[in-house]
Ligand binder design. Structure first.
Ligand SMILES: [Zn+2]
Length: 128
């Protein structure tokens, strides 16, 4: 299966509420209702790769000396609409609100993601 290369650039980047390092619950496909950590977020395509989930077996040809042939397992990207963010505070799969809240030592207003269940700030593991 060849990777599709799209020449078309998206007109705008879709805003995603899910970032690298987040814990998400998968809502569709063979790994439905399983949890995992986002290893890559791709706003260009609106997709995320969840570590060790949505894995397919791929048959690859050997390429010179750098790559061996055989069957490898590869995590395929999932659309953001098929995953749900798990709140770092209450542990519920939740929708996300965006707000500005005072954060850090200087209590400056910063844009943060807020859980719709417990209204607490969802921790961002790519920061701090
Ligand atoms: Zn919460």
């Amino acid at each position: 299966m060849a990777t599709q290369v799209k020449n078309k650039k998206p007109l705008h980047l879709a805003k995603m509420n899910i970032k690298k390092g987040d814990t998400v619950v998968i809502l569709a496909g063979k790994d439905k209702l399983k949890e995992g950590t986002v290893s890559r977020a791709m706003p260009q395509t609106g997709k995320v790769i969840v570590e060790g989930l949505n894995v397919v077996k791929k048959h690859v040809r050997p390429q010179g000396q750098t790559r061996q042939g055989g069957i490898i397992e590869k995590a395929m990207p999932l659309h953001v609409s098929n995953v749900m963010l798990k709140c770092t505070e209450c542990g519920e799969a939740t929708r996300v609100a965006r707000e500005r809240r005072p954060l850090g030592n200087d209590q400056k207003l910063r844009p943060v993601r807020v859980c719709k269940h417990c209204h607490k700030v969802i921790a961002d593991r790519t920061r701090s």
